[in-house]
Design a protein around this ligand. Structure first.
Ligand SMILES: [Zn+2]
Length: 140
């Protein structure tokens, strides 16, 4: 079953309060335990990615998240990309859309934002890439 950060939050972090509200600058989310703020006016896919991001911080024992922690950020972003887009998800999406599917349609089908999709694709091993290519060729 596809990872659902909203269900994860309800089940494992019931004390955490999520607020969807206007935010300063270009910030998409902010964690200040026990509150997570998500930027209003973003897409459901964007909020899904941002919420997953803040949950990974919580799991790692990080209670607040900001731009100062570059190493923590990179680690969290990679974990989010792997968690939201499993290899199986990616394979079925590529199978469904064909080898030349554009990135936006792929992201929509996977319910993620473009950045998360790009990062996930960049994390593929050569073996995974070959398997994906095989799926796409079989679908064509
Ligand atoms: Zn963060």
């Amino acid at each position: 079953m596809r990872y659902d950060p909203w269900r994860d939050l309800a089940e494992n972090w019931p004390e955490v309060d999520v607020r969807i509200e206007p935010m300063d600058g270009r910030l998409l989310g902010e964690l200040r335990y026990p509150t997570i703020r998500l930027r209003a006016g973003t897409s459901a896919a964007q909020r899904r990615c941002t919420l997953a991001h803040e949950i990974v911080h919580l799991e790692r024992g990080v209670d607040d998240c900001g731009a100062w922690a570059a190493r923590e950020e990179l680690l969290v972003q990679r974990e989010v990309a792997r968690r939201l887009i499993t290899t199986d998800d990616l394979r079925s999406a590529v199978r469904a859309l064909g080898p030349d599917a554009d990135r936006r349609r792929l992201a929509t089908l996977l319910e993620v934002d473009g950045e998360t999709l790009d990062l996930r694709l960049s994390l593929l091993t050569d073996a995974e890439r070959r398997r994906l290519h095989g799926e796409a060729t079989a679908a064509a």
